[in-house]
Design a protein around this ligand. Structure first.
Ligand code: NAD
Length: 349
């Protein structure tokens, strides 16, 4: 019998890549999301378009005991979405409701293994004020003080999954993802994250021009390429380790440094202008000590390698849009955008 998996949030960035990866392993993959993936048709065997805040939809999707269920659906976005405060109520309500529904349905019908994607945003702000020495070891999560309501919801949901594990013996595996990036992620529209936003700005800039970077650009982060995120996710899910466990890179870079790396990759000569904007904590990177000890594995690809693949993909998107905008009517532009967004998967790996 072929193994079965269900991916919730399969229309999103990580979920759509995960479905593809599970299909290459020969699994039967069911999927659900509010929307289809933006950039390529999903290879899932069944794709349910539905709202996971509705318990009836969740029960319809969880209609059997899957070997593996991956819960990635969440209301989320980059700094421009989660740090302005404007979306706090909907972020907390929507994501918590999805998690409550998913756990209830898994409890009713049974599940082999259940994966939950938490976030580095759960770590306390007081440990991330020094851009050169942030503390993000798993044990440092408490006393809790996340800097966003998005982080608080993730922390609540981590505890919810752990409670179901304790009380109902559901085999949950929890990862704390740190800034995942790669081709076929959101790259415009307000929900894009720093690597995609900077790739877009660089791709759109004229040689010799300037790009804008939010904040003073000295805030630090680490970024994990999508292929390594999937590798870590599957290793954690299929291990005896329940987590929460960091899945991230420990190659820390300032945001200005990230912008300069992308400019180097583009071959353009551009300068940076730092402007006020939502920035989050001063420093954050993945501490992979526990990950290495638990899974005997940690990501090791250089940031520049994943950035080069991501920049190449985003510059093709921007070029196609610019070509469409330069042609005739607004109608043509919309049609082209749809065409650009539904191009087949590039050969990434
Ligand atoms: P994403 O926004 O691309 O994907 C999330 C998906 O959830 C979207 O396709 C969205 O339509 C879907 N969704 C939202 N509300 C829904 C609802 N009510 N019903 C059905 N589907 C719904 O995000 P992503 O980058 O793929 O992230 C996947 C998961 O990993 C999320 O839980 C996110 O919080 C977590 N995470 C991601 C990162 C990162 O850097 N990408 C970092 C930390 C944690």
């Amino acid at each position: 019998m072929r193994k079965t998996a269900l991916v919730l949030g399969a229309g999103g960035f990580i979920g759509s890549h995960l479905v593809e990866r599970l299909k290459t392993e020969g699994m039967v993959v069911h999927a659900a999301d509010l929307k289809h993936p933006d950039f390529a048709a999903s290879p899932a065997d069944r794709f349910v378009l539905g709202d996971l805040r509705d318990p009836h939809v969740v029960r319809d999707v969880l209609d059997r005991r899957f070997d593996e269920v991956y819960q990635l659906a969440a209301d989320m976005g980059g700094a421009g979405y989660i740090f302005t405060g404007e979306h706090d109520a909907q972020i907390m309500h929507n994501s918590a409701t999805i998690n409550l529904n998913v756990l209830d349905a898994c409890h009713r019908i049974g599940v082999g293994r259940l994966f939950y994607s938490s976030s580095a945003c759960i770590y306390p702000a007081y440990n991330q004020q020094d851009p050169d020495n942030p503390t993000c070891s798993e044990a440092s999560a408490y006393p809790a003080d996340p800097d966003s309501e998005y982080g608080w919801e993730k922390l609540f949901s981590e505890r919810l999954y752990m409670a179901y594990r304790r009380n109902f013996a559901i085999d949950c595996h929890i990862a704390r993802y740190h800034n995942i990036f790669g081709p076929m992620g959101t790259w415009r529209g307000g929900k894009e994250k720093a690597p995609a936003a900077l790739c877009r700005k660089v791709a759109e800039a004229e040689d010799g021009g300037t790009i804008e970077v939010w904040g003073d650009g000295l805030q630090t982060r680490s970024f994990l390429f999508i292929d390594e995120c999937l590798e870590g996710t599957l290793r954690l899910m299929r291990s005896g380790v329940s987590g929460p466990l960091n899945i991230g890179s420990d190659e820390m870079v300032s945001i200005n440094g990230l912008a300069r790396l992308i400019i180097d990759i583009s071959g353009k000569s551009l300068s940076l202008r730092n402007i006020p904007g939502p920035v989050g904590v001063r420093g954050r990177t993945s501490d992979n000590t526990l990950l290495r000890a638990s899974l005997d594995w940690a990501p090791d690809a250089r940031l520049a390698v994943g950035l080069a693949k991501t920049y190449a993909w985003i510059s093709r998107q921007t070029a196609a849009l610019q070509a469409a905008a330069g042609s005739t009517t607004a109608t043509t532009t919309i049609a082209m955008q749809d065409h650009v967004q539904r191009m087949p998967h590039p050969a990434m790996r």
